[in-house]
Design a binder for this molecule. Structure first.
Ligand code: ZN
Ligand code: ZN
Length: 625
């Protein structure tokens, strides 16, 4: 899910996986088939002996009622905290389905930053007043999530300071586009909210301009692109909506004036970036360096592992995947390359087989349609193989990615309804190939998303990946877990879902689909590797592209796209591999523990039932049962 395009820098869209603070600072036949040899190599994790205390207190009843009292108090605290947060973060609230503050536009100025700092200090103080041990397991997780979130917000604002150097933090078009497209209120009411919001547009962009200090060139360029896309929101379609709405003549006139004012403010910001910022000679490096990266990793990922450990694990996994690819390519070679001499070099052998497999792909104009057609097949497979229970009342709507969300390098993403409006549509955003691309660029992209890989992508983004996980997350009784979704768990689930489907026999357990899954999984593995290399080890574009097109077997366009994305985000690219590794380890641990009793369906449903919490906390709860 990209979701967002999960965590897309400055995307500002309704990405349910967007870490809250990104918006705060500114505006994701298991048992029948033995695990593939590749995966056998993946047992990095020692099976931990269960040392969690059992509930054997002689005063169980007293203890239970004490927990109930503490929980009730904590529930009140966290519900109030969330309501307070929404007022300061109306865009994020709206993205989560809480629409009370849709008409507010927060001006990202110094006064606002002081209010946020005071808010965090006050809430952290209140949090410290709760006895952690007195809470239920689920609330203990919420306690940790809230503490982490509050501390992360301060770190983002005071230490990372992306509100200064990331001009793409500011994009009014994105938030207005979401309000306009929302179904929560009738058109007239949505337009009134938009009108109130747009009245603040000049102040909003004035504050944005004042905030920009030592920006990176990459984020400034992204901001131009996204705000130009955002400008489209204030175009003829909006004027059309105003005309046909039930607003009074006076309201229409006022709104029309405000739209013109917003257009001018957005254009002024774009001009400022182009003329004053991008013409400058000195830019901050987009690389945040090891100290900031390690800390950001700890705050964003909340893994059992450190950033350095994940870097090591990813390199080991890279070797294991390569081993499996060589084995499968050797078996496929006679079928696809009959009569040709077998290359002595394994990398060459793998590449030659992959080059044949990727010839099958969607036509340039039919990419979005190809995605659309696959969704029912995936739904049926999950049902037929009893992998988990699906909810047919929550349909997935495949659409072309809205303009204001394009340009951040994510070809597909899921925009899901938040915990407050579970009835809203879940969108699977698929970006059509840009018309500006040459035939060669398009071919490169289409081969990357060939017929096999496109199925894996759809599993990842949609069913039973991000979309399915989000449906479960919205059922979770914990608002905190639904809101402060853990990116690594969300991305990890989507990657785990791919493997789980293939293990259940999706793709007929063929060497073809496994080889391309290995290649695909190599991608999330190398995401973790290059994230660290680029942000902390000064890796060059040339070296990164060489790694991705070499060991990663990626097409050049994909590799360049990844480089681009890795310059705009930090840590997020490590989340896929980290979460996946933790989930597979947990599944193996539970399988070991339950033996013949183990059921994939039970594991999946139980795992998802806790919402988007860090895997390490879900593990604690699942092992305690
Ligand atoms: Zn994903
Ligand atoms: Zn072709």
């Amino acid at each position: 899910m990209q979701y967002p395009a999960p965590g897309q820098p400055g995307a500002g869209g309704p990405g349910a996986i967007l870490p809250f603070r990104l918006l705060f600072a500114a505006p994701r036949r298991a048992a029948a088939r033995p695990a593939s040899p590749t995966l056998m190599h993946l047992r990095y994790l020692p099976l931990l002996a269960l040392a969690l205390p059992a509930c054997t207190s002689p005063d169980t009843k007293t203890a239970d009622s004490a927990v109930a009292v503490a929980d009730a108090r904590f529930d009140r605290f966290k519900n109030q905290l969330i309501l307070d947060l929404w007022k300061q973060n109306p865009d994020y609230a709206s993205a989560m389905g809480f629409h009370k503050y849709d008409s507010l536009l927060v001006i990202p100025d110094e006064a606002q930053r002081r209010r946020e700092a005071a808010f965090v200090a006050q809430k952290l103080g209140a949090l410290a007043g709760f006895g952690f041990d007195s809470l239920s397991a689920s609330n203990q997780i919420d306690y940790r999530l809230l503490g982490n979130e509050l501390r992360a917000q301060r770190w983002y604002a005071d230490t990372l300071k992306s509100w200064q150097w990331n001009p793409a933090s500011y994009n009014l078009g994105a938030s207005v586009g979401d309000l306009l497209a929302g179904r929560h209120y009738p058109l007239a009411r949505r337009l009134r909210n938009i009108s109130d919001k747009l009245a603040q547009a000049p102040a909003y962009y004035a504050a944005a301009k004042a905030n920009i200090t030592g920006p990176t060139r990459e984020h400034a360029e992204l901001a131009v692109k996204q705000n130009e896309g955002g400008l489209a929101v204030f175009g003829p379609a909006l004027a059309d909506s105003v005309r046909k709405s039930g607003l009074s003549a006076a309201e229409k006139q006022l709104l029309t004036q405000r739209i013109a004012g917003a257009q001018k403010a957005v254009q002024g910001y774009i001009d400022f970036l182009k003329k004053d910022v991008l013409t400058g000679k000195e830019f901050r490096s987009f690389r945040i360096g090891k100290a900031l990266f390690d800390r950001k990793f700890a705050l964003d990922i909340q893994s059992r592992y450190s950033a350095s450990e994940v870097f090591q694990l990813a390199q080991q996994h890279q070797a294991a995947l390569l081993h499996d690819m060589g084995r499968r390519a050797a078996r496929l070679f006679p079928k696809y390359c009959a009569g040709q001499p077998v290359p002595k070099d394994t990398m060459q052998l793998i590449r030659q087989v992959i080059d044949k497999l990727t010839l099958k792909h969607a036509p340039r104009e039919g990419f979005v349609d190809a995605v659309k057609r696959q969704i029912p097949t995936l739904t049926k497979f999950v049902n037929d193989h009893k992998l988990l229970t699906q909810d047919p009342s929550k349909p997935l709507v495949v659409r072309e990615t809205p303009l204001y969300m394009r340009g951040s390098g994510a070809g597909a993403s899921v925009s899901a309804p938040g915990p407050y409006d579970k009835q809203a549509n879940t969108y699977y955003n698929v970006e059509p190939l840009p018309p500006t691309w040459t035939a060669q660029q398009a071919e490169s992209y289409l081969r990357e998303y060939n017929d096999y890989t496109l199925q894996i992508l759809n599993i990842h983004e949609a069913i039973p990946g991000h979309y399915t996980q989000l449906v479960y997350a919205n059922r979770s009784p914990s608002l905190v877990k639904s809101i402060f979704g853990n990116g690594a768990m969300i991305e990890g689930w989507a990657v785990y879902a791919e493997r789980m489907m293939l293990e259940a026999g999706y793709g007929e357990n063929s060497d073809e689909i496994w080889l391309l899954w290995d290649k695909w999984n190599m991608r999330s593995t190398l995401n973790a590797v290059v994230d660290n290399l680029i942000q902390t080890q000064n890796a060059s574009e040339k070296d990164v592209v060489a790694l991705l097109t070499g060991a990663g077997f990626q097409e050049e366009a994909e590799a360049r796209n990844k480089w681009h994305r890795a310059t705009l985000s930090q840590v997020q690219l490590s989340s896929y591999f980290t979460g996946y590794t933790e989930i597979v380890a947990l599944r193996d641990e539970i399988k070991q523990k339950q033996g013949a009793q183990f059921s994939v369906k039970n594991f999946n449903e139980q795992f998802l039932s806790y919402g988007s919490a860090p895997v390490k906390y879900i593990r604690e709860l699942m092992l305690r049962r």
